[in-house]
Design a protein around this ligand. Structure first.
Ligand code: NOJ
Length: 448
């Protein structure tokens, strides 16, 4: 008998990061300003006024970072490319130095035996595009189409796994709807719905670009962070209610991408705030993909209310959470998220493109960071994922967020998600207890 919690053969294990959070070199070699550079330098929205200028200095330290990644045994790595490094103005002239940087980066990764999984867009919109209206205007999709064509043509001979966009809700609703992401504007529902529409249009262009220029063996999918309803109890009634909630929660993205239309119910409720679309948009938006990426950190508990209707059970103030207050510890999301996505939308191959926990870890003591709390949460999540796999949900891989502590958006450098500790003054990397543990998990393909 296999030891308990063994994962399928060929299961993909890796780490995840994103360009703006680790690269630094924010204004080097011709890189343009991103909307996050702008808010970091001109507002007080970011904890401690931290900027992305240096971050983990991965731009200069990538070789030693890949050596460490390899030493820990990772064979797969999800990274993103910085749009403003390739097109400093978002469109128009290409920045050759930026293009060359990613050639070197990809070559180095491959030389270390690490397979790249490239996200085209991870929130760092070129500021020049924001000045034209950003995600509010359709022009963003034209600019993205060219950017996607360029990067797939440049790197497609070596990059075979492409992710179009990361977490649409975070650069649409949370960004333009007055919550906590750049550009931190507060606009009405009509604008927000329109930003979603332009985002899914970009996803379509990403898929198209990979089909047109990706070459043999190229695969593409979206990474989304659906809100995952967890049935409060595993009774028929609560399960049915949670299932309905999943559909309702994720209507702006999954419905158009998997079914090629907006649901009538969504359009009816949105009324005059519904987005505007053009003929042909849904053909592009619903182009078939090869996999679905899910970023899963948390969930919400749902029970059957009146008439079986879903009712969210609010978290009480003492419900356990990581140091990131939004990160309620709900490992069950790793079971129910993949299950809903495959049961409801027929997602065939699912990759967990992010999972992890944000804690304010203290600097190493005698070379050790004993983040048992992070390790325990990740292990609990992986047990739930294992259950989904046992029940034949087609989960093919898992990327831990994150390889190293990095720029955690509005929380700056205080909030750490890495399994490798980053000293942001010396740039020294120290693998934490969770890294040592994860290294064993990857090597043995099972929970230890
Ligand atoms: C999701 C985002 O994709 C990533 O950029 C972020 O750092 C992590 N979640 C943790 O908040």
């Amino acid at each position: 008998m296999n030891p308990p919690y063994t994962f399928p053969r060929n299961f993909v294990w890796g780490f995840a990061t994103a360009a703006p959070q680790i690269e630094g070199a924010a204004f080097e070699d011709g890189k343009g300003e991103s909307i996050w550079d702008r808010v970091a330098h001109t507002t007080d929205r970011i904890h401690n006024h931290d900027t992305l200028d240096v971050a983990c200095d991965h731009y200069h330290l990538y070789k030693t970072d890949f050596a460490l990644m390899r030493k820990l045994g990772a064979k797969h790595y999800r990274l993103s490319l910085a749009w403003p490094r390739i097109y400093p103005q978002g469109r128009g002239a290409v920045n050759q130095k930026g293009v060359d940087f990613y050639h070197r980066l990809i070559d180095s990764m491959l030389a270390h035996g690490i397979t790249p999984w490239v996200t085209m867009f991870h929130w760092d919109l070129p500021q020049a595009l924001e000045d034209e209206g950003g995600w509010r205007v359709r022009g963003v999709a034209e600019a993205f189409a060219t950017y996607a064509d360029t990067i797939v043509r440049e790197y497609g001979d070596r990059v075979k796994n492409w992710i179009t966009l990361n977490e649409i809700v975070c650069f649409t609703r949370l960004a333009y709807g007055g919550i906590d992401k750049a550009p931190f504007t507060n606009e009405g529902e009509k604008v927000v719905n329109q930003t979603y529409h332009h985002a899914i249009l970009c996803h379509g262009h990403g898929v198209r670009a990979v089909r047109e220029h990706g070459g043999r063996g190229a695969r593409v999918g979206l990474t989304d962070n659906p809100t995952v309803p967890i049935p409060l109890s595993e009774t028929k009634e609560d399960i049915a209610a949670a299932r309905t909630a999943f559909i309702q929660n994720n209507t702006r993205i999954f419905e158009p991408i998997f079914h090629g239309r907006y649901a009538t119910d969504y359009l009816r409720k949105a009324g005059a705030d519904r987005p505007i679309w053009e003929k042909g948009d849904f053909d592009l938006i619903s182009l078939p993909t090869d996999f679905l990426g899910l970023n899963l950190y948390t969930g919400e508990f749902v029970r059957a209310g009146k008439g079986g209707r879903p009712e969210v059970v609010p978290f009480t103030p003492n419900y356990p959470c990581a140091d990131s207050p939004w990160l309620k510890l709900v490992p069950e999301a790793l079971y129910w998220g993949p299950r809903w996505a495959s049961e409801i939308y027929g997602a065939k191959a699912i990759y967990i493109t992010e999972n992890g926990a944000g804690y304010d870890d203290q600097p190493p003591v005698n070379g050790e960071v004993l983040d048992v709390h992070r390790r325990n949460y990740v292990r609990a999540c992986l047990k739930e994922l294992h259950r989904a796999i046992q029940e034949k949900v087609l989960v093919k891989g898992y990327f831990l967020w994150s390889f190293m502590d990095n720029f955690e958006w509005q929380d700056g450098y205080n909030r750490r998600f890495g399994v490798v500790y980053t000293d942001f003054v010396t740039q020294k990397r120290t693998p934490k207890l969770s890294a040592q543990w994860y290294s064993r998990v990857m090597a043995e393909n099972r929970l230890v």
